[in-house]
Design a protein around this ligand. Structure first.
Ligand code: FAD
Length: 309
């Protein structure tokens, strides 16, 4: 068995693996997509000591740093079940492929993903005009009209970003006001090719069968429906933790986040968690990486206090 098995290969998982491997203990990482959300990120300018880098480059460096150590990396593998082996006391991580990995401790770092609107047309036109990643897909809409759904930091950042590439941006917020930081809102309002709609509920994405042609929203102040003619819809309404597979195994919050204490412990003995999949506030690379270090050191602490199963 592994001493520490990390599930997830984003900034949290990579850091946990490095910290564990540096203790000279048997370490593995199983990841659906090594690198995690960073792979979908363009500029990163808030990781201390790195003034500027790009997501895919950062992700490649995460992996090469982990490979500096003796870590068993199992990429493109999906964990589907977590349990304790009653006989051995080891933690079992079952993979979708059918295999089961055993470890004395586990660090869960499965991150999060963008939330969908769940309106007609959204799924049908995904990647045919509906997208969740402005950094990845913005250039595809050069000179075209787009909407950004969501007035939080990510939505307003996306609108500012896209305004420099596309011909026109409509930002649509369900609430009566935007929630983004003031500095972002000021920047957004200074842009000539951006309209901001509040109290607006998106009800449908329309298309011609092949691609998006418009979006329908309801004005929540009078109930009237309106259609906007456009080519792209960027959905920016929050993150969902990748924890469905853990339901019933470890304690989750009402939002589905893994409940952790200040040592990264979960409700299951020997199982720790870190990063965007947990209740820790602020979903950021540096925060996740720090939590990964905490979780790995806690796992090591657990190992030296526990009889070898
Ligand atoms: P993730 O990066 O989400 O990694 C999760 C890992 O777990 C992945 O390897 C995934 O494949 C794997 N996984 C998930 N489920 C399973 C499973 N069942 N089995 C096996 N593996 C699984 N943060 C910043 O600090 N600065 C920025 O500039 C910045 N820009 C961003 C831009 C975009 C477009 C996005 C999407 C995010 C941005 N963030 C930024 C946020 C940052 O990327 C995240 O906070 C960070 O990646 C979280 O790291 P993590 O390791 O917790 O999770």
């Amino acid at each position: 068995p592994f001493d520490v098995l990390v599930v997830g290969g984003g900034p949290a998982g990579a850091t946990a693996a490095i910290y564990a491997a540096r203790k000279g203990i048997r370490t593995g990482v199983v990841a659906e997509r090594f690198g995690g959300q960073v792979l979908d990120t363009m500029a990163i300018e808030n990781f201390t000591s790195v003034s500027h880098t790009e997501g895919p480059k950062f992700a490649a460096q995460l992996e090469s740093h982990v490979r500096d150590y003796e870590v068993d990396i199992m990429n493109v593998q999906n964990a589907s079940r977590l349990s304790i082996d009653a006989e051995t006391g080891l933690v079992d991580v079952a993979l979708a492929s059918g295999a089961t990995l055993q470890s004395r401790t586990v660090v869960l770092s499965t991150g999060a993903r963008w939330r969908a609107m769940d309106v007609p047309g959204e799924a049908e036109y995904r990647n045919k005009g509906v997208t969740y990643c402005p950094h990845c897909d913005g250039p595809l809409f050069k000179g075209k009209r787009v909407a950004v759904i969501g007035g939080g930091n990510s939505g307003v950042e996306a609108a500012i970003d896209l305004a420099g590439v596309v011909s026109h941006v409509t930002l649509i917020e369900f609430d009566s006001k935007l929630r983004a930081d003031d500095v972002l809102q000021r920047k957004l309002r200074s842009l000539p090719n951006v309209d901001i709609l509040v109290d607006a509920m998106t009800t449908e994405v329309r298309g011609d069968g092949g691609k998006v042609t418009g979006l329908v929203y309801k004005d929540r102040t009078d109930g009237d429906e309106h259609e906007l003619a456009l080519e792209g819809v960027f959905v920016q309404i929050g993150l969902l933790p990748n924890t469905e597979w853990l339901e019933g195994a470890v304690e989750l919050s009402a939002r589905g986040e893994i409940v952790v204490d200040d040592h990264g412990r979960t409700s299951m003995p020997g199982v720790f968690a870190a990063g965007d999949c947990t209740t820790t506030p602020f979903k950021q690379i540096i925060v996740s990486a720090g939590a990964g270090a905490t979780a790995a050191l806690s796992a090591f602490d657990h190992l030296i206090r526990t009889d070898v199963p």
